[in-house]
Design a binder for this molecule. Sequence first.
Ligand SMILES: O=C(O)CCC(=O)C(=O)O
Ligand SMILES: [Fe+2]
Length: 286
Amino acid sequence: MVKLTPNEIRFFRDEGYVVKRRVMDENLMAQARARMWDKPPPGIDRNDPNTWRGPIQSPEDRKKLPRLPETDYKFDGWALPNPPSHNDEYSTVDGTSWKYRTIGTENFLVRLILTDSSIWGMAEQLLGKGSLAVPTRTRGIYCRFPQRDIPVQPLKSHTDGHEFHLGVLGFIDDVPANGGGFTIWPKSHRVFYYQHLTQYGGDKADTYDEHYDLLKEQTATECCGEAGDIIFFHHRLAHAGNPPNYSLEIRKAIIGDLVKKDLKDRLDEPPCENMWRDWPGIPMDG
Ligand SMILES: O=C(O)CCC(=O)C(=O)O
Ligand SMILES: [Fe+2]
């Protein structure tokens, strides 16, 4: 069992994320690497790395891709709206991403990134033993194509708009520097927690944009690593939806969300003065 050290817990509190190396199960990762090729976007050939490049299709053609159906994210007796519902089949962003979301409900992916005993145990260290709702889905397999000759694009930052406590992103293949690693703005969770009308919902405060604009003056951190590494991130941490990938490999990540059982009773609550009220494992001093 892998655990978070007291220093790592303090790092998560202060910076909004923490990386743990070599945590994910090898066999489940191999399964995910194979299954990601179930249904690649048009023109992307598993056996021809020259086709692994964005943008896939023109913006007009991407608009014609089928939309994903609305589904709920179900827990024991309750449900949250499914975050990815507004996207096209491959959630291509600007054509450089390929998000295989429909596989996200498969049990092996849920085990790989969320319910594995080490990952679950570390999340419980932060959020409280026995407090987590058993998830039925992950966000899916999120790929970033090699950038190749696409000119450098500005990073597009955002905070996620759906309800959750703790995000987990894991690499199922090695991700070198500038290889599309998870790109985050350290400490931004402490700002954006207060820039929403509710603790967990997506509605933004009037002052959100002022703080969002300030991110441009701050340096983002790219979290890269090896297959098996995971990154825990706070639900209000700003991160980039388009981390550039200058490697020749497809960046392959799994993302999942952990929520507490009592989230359903807290959806309308405004942000608390103490942003760590729901995190019994986070020390308030030291
Ligand atoms: O692919 C990534 O690194 C981030 C994706 C993301 O932020 C999102 O889809 O919400
Ligand atoms: Fe995001």
